[in-house]
Write a protein that binds this ligand. Sequence first.
Ligand SMILES: Nc1ncnc2c1ncn2[C@@H]1O[C@H](COP(=O)(O)OP(=O)(O)OP(=O)(O)O)[C@@H](O)[C@H]1O
Length: 269
Amino acid sequence: MTDNTHSSPPALVEFQNVSVVRDGHRLLDSVSLTIREGEHIAILGPNGAGKSSLIRAITREYYPSAGGAGVVFRFRGRDTWDAFDLRSHLGVVSSDLQHTFTRGISGREVVLSGFFSSIGLFLSHEVTPAMERRTDEILEFLEVAHLADRPMTELSSGEARRFLIGRALVHDPSTLLLDEPTNSLDLAALHTFRKTLRKIAQSGTGIILVTHNLHDIIPEISRVVLMRDGAVQKDGPKADVLTSEAIADLFRVPVRVREEDGYYYATGY
Ligand SMILES: Nc1ncnc2c1ncn2[C@@H]1O[C@H](COP(=O)(O)OP(=O)(O)OP(=O)(O)O)[C@@H](O)[C@H]1O
């Protein structure tokens, strides 16, 4: 008899033995990783560890270089996906995207453009009253309604980052995937960003945070995956994974890891 009382939520991402080779370079090396719906997880690794490649595999920009027995490459239980469809389940926030907003697009337009998976709005885009309402809700939730009409180029990095999160939230995705989200944020912006991310996590949205900064890992994140050389080095509960030994080994520098108020910091390097 099956006991459903303690069954885990269904898998969002299910990878077994996924390797990706590009231009003769092994970007992912036999990665096995299951991420469940609603989970709050961090993927931590040094520069060049393969984090961006993993994100590209999750969002179907990269496919496994070899299939066959033992290779599993699924998103929400399915092998094949239309990228547009996938993004209605997974909101992607990348700080790189911020640099592509160069013309005078307002924060509100950035959020609305999420409905069309575009960068800004174009004449062919038909914005419906329902889209406007959803955008208003998101702007309120992210506490940026007062900045919504300002051009992105006139916002601070921290403010602009919140509009990018808003853009990723338009389809009400079950999970947000954040790629190095605190790059170029100062202390005040980092503080606001953490508050925003905690609010999203607490609202029930899953979080996949990809970063090389320990201090990005908000207390709501309970599981951490360490990546190096395209491979998963360690995967488990945060307190077991974020030890001084494991982080020193991951970054190849002598560090001490300490925990304070639910956040982890590396010192001594
Ligand atoms: N298309 C490609 N062809 C060849 N090598 C690549 C390609 N893309 C990435 N690489 C290399 O693969 C390795 C992993 O890159 P990736 O961008 O996934 O790492 P990362 O962990 O995201 O790094 P960072 O934190 O610096 O962004 C790096 O050594 C990179 O130079």
